[in-house]
Unconditional design. Structure first.
Length: 190
């Protein structure tokens, strides 16, 4: 039986998680190169979300980069985080050369190397698919009046935690519903 009243905290929490589910649908149905879907998605909230913020703070200390600390605070203050990644090792088969190799065959045979945050090289078309999926998810959040911001640093921490383990590149979209957006007008240093 549904209670006769629902307090705003409960309603907003439930609404944010429902919006997160709709964001995943937007990422999934976003146009993909040749219709091949190599996009990976995940909703993270609660202790797991805070674990991402913890790793971001560790990276801030190791690399002496305050932006990781600032974004960790945003992540911790968010209700949930949407992770969107791509299987970028797969080639598109066009031989465009944007990956740095003359042919897709050379790209496929190239040794994949892990940088500080992601694995490369990546197929340009897979990265474009990632960008379109991110834009579609962020648009859905915006349409639902949900504060959000695409963040590179969340993706870097998510890879360290082996979330979306098949993804070569991951970006995060933290989401919240507060009286003022926590993702803008924020200091560069914390």
């Amino acid at each position: 039986m549904t209670p006769p009243t629902i307090d705003s905290n409960s309603a907003e929490h439930d609404g944010i998680l429902e919006a997160a589910r709709l964001m995943l649908i937007s990422a999934r149905t976003a146009p993909k190169s040749a219709g091949i879907d190599d996009v990976l998605t995940l909703i993270v909230h609660g202790k797991e979300k805070d674990a991402i913020a913890d790793v971001m703070e560790q990276i801030a200390e190791e690399r002496k980069l305050d932006q990781f600390r600032r974004d960790a605070r945003n992540t911790r203050d968010s209700e949930a985080v949407i992770l969107i990644g791509i299987k970028g090792k797969k080639s598109f088969g066009l031989n465009c050369g944007a990956c740095g190799y003359r042919t897709c065959k050379e790209f496929g045979e190239a040794r994949k190397a892990k940088g500080e945050d992601f694995v490369g090289p990546n197929c340009l078309f897979k990265l474009l698919d990632l960008g379109i999926a991110l834009g579609s998810a962020a648009k859905t959040a915006s349409t639902l009046n949900l504060d959000n911001r695409i963040m590179y640093r969340i993706g870097a921490a998510a890879r360290k935690l082996k979330l979306l383990s098949e993804a070569t590149v991951i970006m995060g979209i933290p989401i919240s519903a507060k009286g003022k957006s926590i993702y803008f007008d924020r200091p560069a240093k914390v």
